[in-house]
Design a protein around this ligand. Sequence first.
Ligand SMILES: NC(=O)c1ccc[n+]([C@@H]2O[C@H](COP(=O)([O-])OP(=O)(O)OC[C@H]3O[C@@H](n4cnc5c(N)ncnc54)[C@H](OP(=O)(O)O)[C@@H]3O)[C@@H](O)[C@H]2O)c1
Length: 278
Amino acid sequence: MSAETYLITGATGKTGSRVVRLLAERGYAVREASRSTATPFSWTDQTTWPAALAGVTAVYIVLPNLGTAETIEQVRAFAQRAAAAGVTRAVMVSVPASGGMDVDVVAQTERQITDAAISLTVLRLRWFNQNFSEDFLLGAATTGELRLPAGDGREAFVDADDIAEVAVAALTDPAHAGHSYELTGPRLLSFTEIADELSTAQGRTVSYVPLSVDEFVAEQVGDGVPAEWAQMLGELYAHIGSGALATTSDDIMRVLGKPATDFTDYARTTAATGVWRA
Ligand SMILES: NC(=O)c1ccc[n+]([C@@H]2O[C@H](COP(=O)([O-])OP(=O)(O)OC[C@H]3O[C@@H](n4cnc5c(N)ncnc54)[C@H](OP(=O)(O)O)[C@@H]3O)[C@@H](O)[C@H]2O)c1
């Protein structure tokens, strides 16, 4: 067994929590890092970094504000500190070139890690299935109405369990260094099809009500969502609506040797947990 210690940022989040669990199950030494973990870690507080990085050789990087200039600077400083502390490998959660974020800002962020002589594996992720059960779509999936501005656009929703398995492979096997993986689900789904899947899994009707971005933002703000966040989400849905994400990749199959999890299986197992019972 490896004597390495893995630092997992975003350790309380959708992917990080799964990466922590998988590494621990396989006997690896793991340090969980977020603002609420036993070793507190904040991207905006450099005084928290030395304790988090002590003795660490590989890092899983989750950036809550990826796509901002501020994040480039945070990652530059962090990568330099990490390299000085002995980190040689990193796996970073990122977005596809067609993901709707500023491609140059994302590329510059990733480059800060390799510029610090840390070998990098980039995971370019699509929308997660778990957005419907652990994040901002939980409410809609529970009330039974997906009121969103995504038109008829289709996306290859990917499962956080698959992402975590790929992340663990990349963290523990240096053969993945220098690779960039497009992690998608096995098929494209529109929100109408998602609603049908959720209806079947829950045994009750879940419907999709397409809105304009303006209608969506107004509803969200009326529900107490900050306007900036509502606008950003509205644009992300509209990006799906544009068809920009209507492609699939077989990188999960190539890395894990098994097919990506289908939304039908995700919806069935998630419904059984009771998380969608109002
Ligand atoms: N959701 C999607 O469909 C999707 C699709 C493509 C890409 N992504 C990318 O995936 C990443 C998010 O990954 P995720 O979904 O696994 O995480 P997540 O569930 O959104 O959780 C965010 C994690 O980051 C921590 N965190 C938040 N602010 C922090 C700060 N200032 N300093 C340190 N830690 C902080 C949170 O813990 P504390 O609150 O305890 O600090 C939590 O552990 C983002 O970069 C996003 O762009 C998401």
